[in-house]
Design a protein around this ligand. Sequence first.
Ligand SMILES: Cc1cc2nc3c(=O)[nH]c(=O)nc-3n(C[C@H](O)[C@H](O)[C@H](O)COP(=O)(O)O)c2cc1C
Length: 278
Amino acid sequence: MAIGALRLCQLLPPGLALLGRLRFESPRLKQRLLGLSFPNPLGLAAGFDKNGEAIPALAALGFGFLEVGTVTPRAQPGNPRPRVFRYPETESLENALGFNNRGAESLARRLSRLRRGGVPLGVNLGKNRDTPLAAAEKDYELLVETLDGLCDYWVINVSSPNTPGLRDLQSGERLADLLRRIGARTDLPVLVKLSPDLEPGEAVGLGRAAVEAGAAGLVLTNTTIDYSLLPGAPGGGAERQGPAPAQLRSPQGGGVGAVRRLLADQRGRDRLGRRGLP
Ligand SMILES: Cc1cc2nc3c(=O)[nH]c(=O)nc-3n(C[C@H](O)[C@H](O)[C@H](O)COP(=O)(O)O)c2cc1C
């Protein structure tokens, strides 16, 4: 519905101007990173505009960068509904969408019609659900070949919990191989999006391996599968560690919001604050 409303604003000439009135600009918020100019540090994460349908409207709203996708090589419907669950008592929700998207060709057509030069645009890349894990790299290669030149940076998504096996790509060796393959096909900066459920040492090791293999940076973090802070969890709240009880989650969901922030903040400090990345 939100995407529909934003698309409507794009169709009507005063619509974008109206959205633009909400925008705040200041030279103090600008920065240059990855060879790109960011008007401010507040961007839109992947998952909202999966098919790149509302880019002009979202840019007019004032986001400092936009990440569209996750896109997979072929269109796929995602998981059956319901697939988004709200937990208002913990200000959290669970996403089990499963990479519903119209595929790379469709996104390429849409992006090629856009006038470039707006805010930095990233494309978040994932594998199709039915691509065997052994062939996952091919999906990412195909995506880069189809979409190269149509965005400003890539995000390799190896951390969504909704595609079975995807997180297995979060191994140093496999990630390094994937980055080298992608690097051979594009000159754009490549970022790697990691899970908040990694152990601290594992996360630092992966970050290091990614940067050494050519990644320009990391996107921290995707959704968690640790529901231990949900008050309804048996054993009670913060003391409980481990996966969610069946009644609180779909088979393959990822939590975001206050619960995920708390977890990621705790672990992020642990990973990066004490040990630091190169
Ligand atoms: C409904 C929904 C859909 C999402 N879809 C994607 C996705 O397709 N690809 C992806 O990398 N992350 C996806 N995410 C994760 C977000 O991009 C983001 O990493 C996550 O919400 C954590 O950020 P936060 O701390 O701002 O909530 C999705 C999140 C939600 C809530």
